[in-house]
Design a protein around this ligand. Sequence first.
Ligand code: UDP
Length: 359
Amino acid sequence: MRALCVVGARPNFMKIKPVVDALDRRGVEVVLVHTGQHYDRSMSSVFFDELGIREPDRWLDVGSGSHADQTARVMMALDPVMEEVGPDVVVVVGDVNSTMAASLVAAKSPARLAHVEAGLRSRDWTMPEEVNRLVTDNLSDDLLAPSADAVANLLDEGHPPDRVHLVGNVMIDTLLANVDRARERSTLESLGLAPGGYGLVTLHRPANVDHVEMFKGLLGALGEVAAECPLVLPAHPRVVPLLEALDVPAGIRVIAPLGYLDFIALQASALVVLTDSGGVQEETTALGVPCLTLRDTTERPITITEGTNVLVGRDPERIVAEAQRVLREGVEPRRPALWDGLAGERIADVLVDETRARR
Ligand code: UDP
């Protein structure tokens, strides 16, 4: 059996690792394709090094560009690779442009298409990721859902139940496999931070960082929070130009994006995390750390109903009030079912069984 696994951007790398390992353990031949959507060290190769992901077998080198540009370039570059490799199954993860582009190519090939992280829905069509999720799920043969709400979404949309598999969360597989190693690092010391003495911030969603006025409002709110609890902000490349153009309030320390282990070390010992990231909402839940999500919707409501996440929107007053409440009261740690470190194993079992069944 041969599986072609596709990754492209930062949040894909930690998701593919447990799947590749579990396929390897079952003797499946894995061909790893990196589209090159994220290409510099801090957004790509640091994750391969730290997580021990094998060198990609193919680089598509698509680089940055508009959504249409990136999607088209991935499709054009992947097509001949698919022809040559002739996989039984193509595995895509998450919701980035590379995910959708690879799905479009795979769906018109003889290979099965498997989507890891199927069924998440924000129901906000202004999010490019929502478009990518919907298209990918509609093209997929194996819908590998991280949580019960994702299964419910897929069934409500009419996907046949035999294609939908509740497998758990691969992001949490990687987190649990690395959190002890992360805690042992001197990340906090090197930044002069004490455990529980700071908050962590990440922002990169277009709705938050592509409009100056919106971003100024968020930065103002973060400044007020920072007056009570110093904040560290590892800046995604998308937000750097705005941070350079604006006055960053005192108490917010802007640093370069971190590698996985340092970032997990900071998350694990933070008093609070303020974010618009998808993956960070999940990791904070698994770590039992309070998370405030600076968005109006989330495709991961399970982190609210069964985790530590609060959806606070983008109104500065509300953000400050919720941050003050969480700093005062803390949160009750909880973790959704099957976020147990074994999602990759379940996924590999489904892929092997389904491929055998169709032969
Ligand atoms: N992350 C990291 N360094 C950082 C910020 C985030 O390693 O400076 C990790 C984080 O722990 C999580 C993933 O990147 O595993 C989330 O990716 P991102 O927020 O870019 O994407 P999203 O999850 O929103 O799609």
